[in-house]
Design a binder for this molecule. Structure first.
Ligand SMILES: Nc1ncnc2c1ncn2[C@@H]1O[C@H](COP(=O)(O)OP(=O)(O)O)[C@@H](O)[C@H]1O
Ligand SMILES: [Mg+2]
Length: 395
C-alpha cells in the first residue's frame, strides 16, 4: 500500500470470540492533516452532481404527477439498497405483494425487509418534516433502525439499539475479517462526534458532507445489522435536509450496487489510505449518474403513459372505469381484480371488463398464467422502471 494521504483513526487491540483483533476507532470528521482537497477536478465533479440534482428536482416540479415518480423511485431505492447485502426480492416481487395485500399472503422475509425499508424511510421523513419531530440524529436513526429491523429477520439483532458487542465485516470470524469496527466502549464518543458533524457549521458543501457522513457511518457500524441500509437512507435524508433534492427521487443505491466491489474498496481505502478524495469523487459521480438516469427514466415513463392513454381512449368500447383504472396504474403497475375493484371502486364485472379492455389495448399483461388469482402487470412501464433491480448483479 502506498503511504497514506492522512491518518483517519487509530487501532485498538481487543479480543473477540477468543481472538485478538485490531479494532479501528475513526477520528471525527472532517478529514484533516491535510484538509479535504476540493481541487479543480473534484470541484468539477461537485458542480456536475449538483447540476444533475437540480435537473432532477426540476423534473419533479414540472411533471404534474410527481407522486408517481416518488412512489416508483423510492421503491426502486428500497429494493436495490436491500439487495446490496443479499435480500432476494425484486421490484416486481414488492409490487406484486403490495397488489395482493398482506391479508391474502404474508410477505416472505425478503419482501418484508423491503417493506420495512419503505416504512423506515417514511417514518424518518415524517419526523424531519414535523416541527416537533426529531432532527437528523442518532435518536432518529435508532428509531428508524427499530422500524427497519422489525419482523422475522431483524428481531434478534437488537432493533433500535447501539450494539454492545464487538462486530466485524467480511470473513468467517473476527480473525480473518476485512474490517473490525470500533469496540463498543468507543461508540459513545465516535457517535456524538458523528452527530455533531451532521449539523456542523463549516464551509463543506452539503453534498460532500453527505458523502463523508456515509463513510463515517459505515466505519462506525453502530448496529449489529442494517448498517448499510441505514447509512444509505441517511444520504437521502441529508440531501432532503440540505434542500439539494426536496423529494426522495434519487436511487443512489443502484450506483453502489452496480459498482459494489469498488464501493467496498473505497470504504476500505478511506480507512487504510486516508483516501477521502477518491471516495468523494466516486460518490459525486454516483449522484450525477443516477440523477441523470432518473430524469431520463421519468421522461420516458411519462411519455409512455401519455402514449398509452391515447391508446386506451381510442380503444373501441372504452369506458370511464377503464380510463380510471389506467390512471392509477403508474402508482399500481401490478393489479389483481380485487385490488383494481378497490382502486376504482367498481364491481367485479365492471372491473373485469376494464381489465380486458386494457389487455386488448396492449397496456396490461396477465403474468401468472393461472385461471384464478391472476395478476395483471403494466408490462412496458415496469420493464423500464425495473432496470437494474434484477437479482443477478448488474455489471
Ligand atoms: N470494508 C468495509 N468497510 C466499511 N464498511 C463496509 C465495508 N464493506 C462493506 N461495508 C458496509 O457494510 C454494509 C453491510 O453492513 P450490514 O450491517 O450487514 O448492513 P445491511 O444489513 O444493511 O446490509 C455494506 O452495505 C457497506 O455499506
Ligand atoms: Mg446485513
Amino acid at each position: 500500500m502506498a503511504s497514506p494521504k492522512r491518518v483517519t483513526g487509530r487501532f485498538e487491540r481487543t479480543s473477540v470470540g477468543g481472538e485478538e483483533v485490531a479494532a479501528f476507532i475513526p477520528k471525527p470528521l472532517p478529514p484533516d492533516r491535510p484538509a479535504l482537497l476540493l481541487d479543480a477536478a473534484l470541484t468539477r465533479r461537485l458542480r456536475a452532481a449538483e447540476t444533475a440534482l437540480a435537473r432532477l428536482e426540476l423534473a419533479g416540479e414540472m411533471v404534474p404527477s410527481v407522486d408517481w415518480f416518488i412512489y416508483a423511485f423510492v421503491r426502486k431505492e428500497a429494493v436495490v439498497s436491500s439487495q446490496i447485502e443479499g435480500t432476494q426480492a425484486t421490484l416486481v416481487d414488492l409490487l406484486t405483494f403490495e397488489a395482493q395485500g398482506a391479508v391474502e399472503t404474508p410477505p416472505n422475509a425478503d419482501v418484508e425487509e423491503v417493506c420495512n425499508y419503505l416504512d423506515a424511510l417514511t417514518l424518518a421523513r415524517k419526523e424531519l418534516a414535523s416541527p416537533k419531530g426529531l432532527p437528523i440524529s442518532m435518536r432518529l436513526l435508532d428509531k428508524v433502525h427499530r422500524r427497519l429491523m422489525r419482523g422475522v429477520r431483524g428481531a434478534d439483532r437488537a432493533p433500535g439499539e447501539i450494539r454492545r458487542t464487538q462486530n466485524w465485516i467480511g470473513g468467517t470470524r473476527p480473525g480473518n475479517a476485512a474490517y473490525v469496527p470500533p469496540p463498543p466502549h468507543a461508540l459513545g464518543d465516535v457517535l456524538s462526534a458523528f452527530e455533531k458533524y451532521v449539523h456542523a457549521d463549516d464551509a463543506m458543501p452539503p453534498l460532500v458532507r453527505a458523502g463523508l457522513l456515509h463513510v463515517q457511518f459505515e466505519t462506525i457500524h453502530p448496529y449489529l445489522d442494517g448498517n448499510g441500509r441505514i447509512g444509505r437512507l441517511l444520504v437521502m435524508l441529508l440531501l432532503e435536509h440540505s434542500k439539494l433534492l426536496t423529494k426522495p427521487l434519487l436511487y443512489l443505491s443502484l450506483f453502489l450496487k452496480r459498482h459494489r466491489d469498488e464501493y467496498y474498496r473505497r470504504l476500505t481505502a478511506v480507512r487504510e489510505g486516508g483516501d477521502w478524495e477518491g471516495w468523494i469523487a466516486f460518490f459525486l459521480d454516483g449522484v450525477a449518474t443516477i440523477a441523470d438516469e432518473a430524469v431520463a427514466s421519468a421522461r420516458e415513463l411519462f411519455a409512455l403513459v401519455a402514449e398509452d392513454r391515447a391508446r386506451v381512449l381510442g380503444q373501441p368500447g372504452t369506458s370511464i372505469v377503464a380510463l380510471r383504472l389506467f390512471e392509477v396504474l403508474p402508482r399500481h403497475p401490478v393489479v389483481t381484480v380485487a385490488s383494481a375493484m378497490k382502486l376504482v371502486e367498481a364491481t367485479k364485472p365492471t372491473v373485469g371488463k376494464a381489465i380486458d379492455l386494457l389487455v386488448r389495448a396492449g397496456v396490461l399483461v396477465e403474468t401468472t398464467g393461472k385461471k384464478r388469482d391472476r395478476s395483471y402487470v403494466y408490462d412496458k412501464y415496469l420493464e423500464r422502471l425495473r432496470v437494474g433491480t434484477e437479482l443477478a448483479r448488474a455489471r
